[in-house]
Design a binder for this molecule. Structure first.
Ligand SMILES: [Fe+2]
Length: 209
């Protein structure tokens, strides 16, 4: 009898929101209004963009969160279980952070991840699990997002091949798409090529079993 185990996958999952046009119509004007707030200080020294990361306010309705976050996570968990036999087991998830990022031509975000300490909520411990990026407004042809895995080399690729997954190689990654990925996965935004790019980011924690 043979056996095999795998490490948890650095899976990047994306889907086009069927209700993107309706969400954009409501949310983009709200974000444009919030962008004018002079308290929007960029807390990231090596990045150049506008964000309310340090000046949060609620700009999404529950129905938007349901579509953007919960439906996407449900699909991703199902995909991982059915297609790559990875069983992610958690009874519940909570959104701990939600913020917008706005970019004009040449603006960018440094390589980073969304890891932070576990938190207690209603007597349960929740750990960082998923992060999501919703591309709310982006006129560029190619995505500026790129991911890098932790390892110097990926398994089963040539030694000198890059450990970068560049989302510009995937034409389906564009406005209206939500990308979900493990919170620990390093990622960055390369200098963007069009003005007015707006994304919404989320951190999700789970009571991982
Ligand atoms: Fe990020």
């Amino acid at each position: 009898m043979a056996h095999c185990v795998i490490f948890p996958p650095e899976c990047i999952y994306w889907r086009k929101l069927e209700d993107h046009d309706q969400i954009k119509k409501v949310i983009l004007p709200r974000i444009k209004e919030l962008q004018k707030d002079k308290n929007n200080k960029n807390p990231f020294n090596l990045s150049n963009f506008t964000t309310n990361f340090a000046n949060r306010s609620k700009f999404l309705d529950n129905e938007h969160v349901e579509s953007i976050v919960w439906k996407t996570i449900h699909e991703m968990v199902t995909f991982m279980c059915e297609k790559i036999s990875f069983d992610f087991t958690a009874e519940s998830h909570i959104i701990t952070d939600c913020w917008f990022n706005a970019y004009n031509v040449g603006e960018y975000q440094e390589l980073h991840n969304h890891i932070s300490a576990p938190i207690e909520n209603n007597g349960k411990m929740y750990h960082p699990s998923f992060s999501l990026i919703y591309i709310l407004n982006d006129e560029s042809e190619k995505s500026s997002i790129a991911f890098r895995n932790f390892n110097a080399h990926r398994p089963f690729v040539k030694m000198l091949d890059s450990n970068i997954i560049d989302m510009s190689h995937f034409p389906t990654v564009k406005e209206g798409v939500v990308i979900a990925f493990p919170a620990c996965l390093e990622h960055m935004v390369r200098p963007v090529t069009t003005n007015g790019r707006v994304t919404i980011a989320f951190n999700v924690f789970s009571d991982i079993k």
